[in-house]
Design a protein around this ligand. Structure first.
Ligand SMILES: Cc1ncc(COP(=O)(O)O)c(C=O)c1O
Length: 375
């Protein structure tokens, strides 16, 4: 049997990794400025994380959500402390898309409404509701297209206010910083206006922090730069450093009902052990501050070039927009300089390094980047 051929692959086979370094099957070393698509938060194969998963596996690997799991309770308590949301509740699932599905489902249950507002250039995942909220017709099948979704321009307060005033909107969903759509930031004033106007019309504000959360922008969640407190916050990617895990934080006014949400694998022992180890390391190594400091350094040192139109983003969620397609540059970085980078669209190099990136590693990237730009 062959694999269903949906991924464009680079000709690299990673076999081991540590911190921000990855080695392939020929023992070639790579610097990782991509973090496995923003998933590696505390660094590859961090010894504390590895030990936590091994120890857990020695005890018990899996049971169902029909029995008590103290690790889930510990994770809820620790995550509440780390994020500043200790009055919220936690529901654990398995991925970013599933978190967004659960968030809109909960908002719809809570309001009794079925329309959702999303934004141009959004990406919220590939499951049915999440992909319907994603502004990319190429990945929305006819089956997915039946949801009631209205797309507004990012930062267009008047357009959203006009929709909300119709009082039929269950939720507004917005990324902390748009990732796949090309590192576009909602303005702080826009987020504050959304928060206010959603409350006024009984609509739930959902912050998709799957990519921008967990310390990546230099605060625990990107929306915290704007000082707002949304109804629901969705998480994935860095939450367990690569062990599949997702979750949503839910404001106190939402009432749970038995059976309202559920999942077989969500909140399993291994995911919780991984997520707890991630919180330990973020705290012990000050990685949220590191993301802010090293990210700012990196952003400030991207060389000016007539080929580059703009550098956008915060912390270690950065986009370098070119006036031309970036595929040849990324290939040169990967195959000649042995550096992994990400992409958004045709013209943007997207940097999503592990949050433990050092200034020396940032310098190594900057040196290589200048050389491929000049070539
Ligand atoms: C903002 C955002 N939301 C949701 C998702 C979907 O996450 P997953 O691929 O874990 O389902 C992604 C993935 O890239 C994302 O960037």
């Amino acid at each position: 049997m062959e694999l269903f051929d949906v991924y464009s692959l680079f000709n690299v086979t990673p076999v081991r990794a540590r911190g921000c370094t990855v080695w392939d099957d020929k023992d070639q070393e790579y610097l990782d400025l991509y973090g496995g698509h923003a998933v590696i938060s505390v660094g590859h194969s961090h010894p504390h994380y590895v030990q936590a998963l091994k120890d857990q596996l020695d005890k018990i690997g899996f049971y169902s959500n029909s029995v008590r799991n103290p690790l889930q309770e510990e994770l809820a308590r620790r995550l509440g402390e780390a994020s500043g949301y200790d009055d919220y509740t936690l529901f654990l699932d398995n991925s970013g898309a599933e978190s967004n599905e659960n968030a809109v489902k909960l908002a719809s249950f809570h309001t009794g409404r079925d329309r959702v507002i999303a934004f141009r250039r959004s990406f919220h995942g590939r499951t049915s509701g999440a992909v319907a909220l994603t502004d990319n017709p190429a990945i929305v099948s006819p089956f997915n297209a039946h949801h009631k979704v209205t797309f507004c321009e990012l930062n267009d307060g008047d357009a959203v206010a006009e929709e909300l005033a119709k009082k039929d909107v269950a939720a507004v969903i917005i990324e902390g910083i748009q990732g796949c759509g090309g590192i576009h930031e909602p303005q702080a004033g826009f987020l504050q206006m959304l928060d206010r106007t959603c409350r006024r019309y009984g609509t739930v504000l959902i912050l998709d922090e799957v990519q921008s959360g967990y310390g990546r922008t230099g605060k625990f969640f990107a929306h915290q730069w704007a000082g707002i407190r949304p109804g629901i916050i969705t998480m994935g990617k860095g939450i367990a450093n690569g062990f599949p895990c997702g979750g949503i934080l839910i404001a106190p006014e939402f009432r749970a009902r038995k059976g309202m949400l559920g999942t077989t694998f969500g909140g399993n022992y291994l995911a919780c052990a991984g997520a707890l180890a991630v919180l330990d390391i973020l705290e012990q190594e000050g990685l949220v501050d590191n993301a802010r400091i090293v990210g700012e350094y990196l952003k400030n040192h991207i060389p000016a070039s007539p080929r580059i139109s703009e550098v956008r983003g915060k912390g270690l969620m950065l986009g370098i927009e070119f006036n031309e397609p970036v595929a040849p540059l990324r290939q040169a970085l990967l195959y000649d300089k042995h550096i992994f980078t990400g992409v958004a669209g045709q013209n943007m190099i997207r940097l999503l390094a592990p949050l433990c990136l050092t200034q020396a590693e940032a310098d190594r990237f900057l040196e290589a980047f200048k050389e491929v730009l000049a070539a």
